[in-house]
Design a protein around this ligand. Structure first.
Ligand SMILES: [Zn+2]
Length: 599
């Protein structure tokens, strides 16, 4: 089993600090849970996805579904709820965010229940996704321009939730066509953590057709405007949408007096709308012939027997309405509502943030005027602890209940936290709950920032120490090998302390110097070991993935003890370096952790 080796040989306390190095990372704007976990896995640098999965979800097969992840309850316990409750994560950071507007309350509750638990295998079936003519595999999608911006601004590439929505094929931020990943959607490698990587992204359909591009842009914009609108769950339920579609058909004179469609005319128009769209795999269930179009129109306007796939509804809305506002003006219960705030560019999460922000300010002002946290919390319908955290964030000193923490205990706790002690350890040392520690962190002004800074400094110290130790233990070993031996420290330094890392990188080609004086026949050992390693690499290469160091020394057990003297074994070192992956061009990117695959 492979673990960050800087965690070895350290007292338990430090070990824990390295192990939970910035876990969990904060969610990037509009990021999915799958994306966050993939980044966490990348940061830890484990060779196997399952190792990170076990730490995050407490099981090797939990949580890795990119659309409807399982094991959320376990995840929330392990992250101490820092990313919110399981139901919140399920609603807003998974594909359920897309489906919610179309689903009844009971279906949404079932979906949340399934994701909180251990198995989501029947979820797609229950939601009717497997019985429709549309595919339910949700290919991972990314915008190349967003990837560049995210890398510049966040230091990471990641998956955006809105890009993953069915019906969205054009990036709302850049107007660029989205590309699909070949990983995950086929079911192969379904337990992997995976981030967007240029090498694995493909254009979903051939470029150059402006009619299709325009059609996709319209559909994407409308989908985001409707699905992204902050409205009650189920507001786009099939029955409601159907009656709005019928109202528009009636306006156009396309329904008979008895309420039947003037099928010939309507179907021809619908087919015309669908043809440029259906070239995409996702939309291949749309009609290809006039007869097919007649059948589908018939289904759309007759009373619905079972669930209709959201894509079918969105395409129909897109067909009959100019834009989201046009639809909303006729949609039952929403006529006359000002819908200017709804547009493809207005992401729901940002709206929530703005709303939270103004609540936060109002609540803080209230508490500043002397109202108690309990009363203020009641006023805003939130938890007392949330109210206290909000007030502290706005610089309002929160009145405390002294019986909860005695002054000496409180002082000692603050001292430990200022030094960056883990919450779990601080709680254990002071005989209190982790929750109490968290509350203090958020209610004592400046403490949370000091705690974070201390933890960052500690992580830096440990990562630098581990790297320095590695450098001195392996003189003459190249950076690629060192990185393979100490992936977690390397990843941390690369992300957070790059200047230092660049200054502490061995020169590229180093010859063997000290071997001749040694009584040990290093050259012979080197020759035979390199042959064995080479053979193992050949055997492993049939799996077709880039190899990790641990895989090689698992296959050649005698290699591991030799890693410490690799500088005496240039042949073996060369074989390993070749096997551990291609070298990029240019000195700056030589150090870049691979984004081609993270398995
Ligand atoms: Zn973009």
């Amino acid at each position: 089993m492979h673990a960050p080796s800087c965690a070895r040989n350290m007292p338990a306390y430090d070990c824990c600090a390295v192990f939970s190095l910035r876990f969990p990372l904060a969610l990037a704007p509009g990021e999915t849970l799958f994306s966050l976990c993939s980044r966490q896995h990348r940061l830890w640098g484990y060779g196997l996805s399952s190792r990170s999965t076990e730490i995050m979800f407490g099981g090797r097969r939990l949580g890795t579904q990119h659309d409807f992840p399982s094991g959320l309850d376990k995840f929330v316990v392990r992250t101490e709820g820092q990313l919110g409750a399981a139901a919140e994560i399920a609603r807003d950071r998974t594909m359920l965010r897309f489906y919610r507007p179309f689903l009844a309350k009971a279906e949404i509750e079932y979906a949340i229940w399934a994701m909180r638990g251990l198995a989501v295998s029947h979820l797609k079936f229950r939601l009717g996704l497997l019985t429709s003519r549309f595919r339910a595999n949700h290919p991972l999608k990314a915008c190349p321009a967003c990837m560049q911006t995210d890398l510049d601004e966040e230091g990471w590439v990641y998956w955006h939730l809105v890009h993953q929505f069915p019906g969205v094929w054009i990036c709302p931020f850049h107007g660029a066509p989205l590309r699909t990943s070949q990983i995950k959607s086929t079911g192969v490698e379904r337990f992997l953590w995976h981030l967007p990587a240029q090498a694995q992204l493909v254009d979903p359909c051939p470029a150059g057709d402006s009619t299709r591009s325009l059609a996709l842009a319209r559909l994407s914009k409308m989908t985001l405007a409707l699905v992204g609108a902050e409205r009650a769950d189920g507001w786009l339920g099939a029955d409601l949408v159907q009656s709005t579609l019928r109202a528009r058909l009636r306006e156009r004179g396309w329904l008979t007096f008895a309420g039947n469609a003037r099928l010939q005319k309507v179907a021809a128009d619908y087919l015309q709308h669908c043809l440029p769209l259906r070239l995409l795999d996702e939309l291949a269930g749309l009609p290809a012939t006039l007869d097919d179009a007649k059948v589908q129109i018939g289904r759309l306007i007759r009373p619905l027997r079972s669930g209709v796939h959201p894509i079918r509804l969105l395409v129909a809305i897109n067909w009959l309405f100019n834009d989201a506002n046009d639809f909303l003006a006729l949609h039952k219960g929403t006529a006359g509502v000002d819908v200017n705030q709804i547009s493809g560019e207005n992401m729901p999460l940002e709206d929530e943030v703005t709303k939270d922000e103004s609540h936060r300010l109002q609540l803080s002002a209230l508490m500043k005027s002397g109202v108690s946290a309990t009363a203020a919390a009641q006023e805003f319908g939130i938890d007392v602890s949330t109210a206290m955290a909000w007030a502290a964030a706005e610089g309002v000193q929160v009145r405390r209940r002294p019986k909860l923490l005695k002054p000496e205990l409180r002082e000692s706790l603050i001292r430990c936290l200022r030094r960056g002690m883990e919450k779990v350890d601080a709680a254990a040392r002071h005989g209190i709950s982790v929750e109490t520690v968290t509350r203090l962190l958020h209610t004592e002004i400046g403490l949370h920032a000091a705690w974070k800074a201390a933890r960052a400094a500690r992580s830096q110290r440990l990562a630098r120490a581990a790297w320095t130790k590695l450098l001195s233990a392996h003189p003459g070993v190249g950076v690629k090998m060192l990185r393979a031996m100490e992936p977690a420290s390397y990843a941390w330094l690369y992300r957070n302390d790059r200047t230092w890392l660049t200054g502490h990188t061995p020169p590229r080609a180093v010859g063997m110097t000290a071997a001749r004086q040694s009584p040990v026949r290093w050259d012979e050992r080197d020759r035979s070991l390199s042959v064995e390693v080479e053979a193992a690499v050949e055997r492993l290469a049939v799996f077709g993935r880039r190899l990790k160091l641990w895989q090689i020394y698992q296959a050649v057990p005698q290699l591991k003890p030799k890693l410490a003297v690799l500088h005496r074994m240039p042949l073996t070192q060369r074989v390993l370096e070749r096997a551990l992956g291609r070298r990029r061009v240019g000195s700056a990117t030589d150090l870049l952790p691979s984004d081609a695959s993270i398995d």
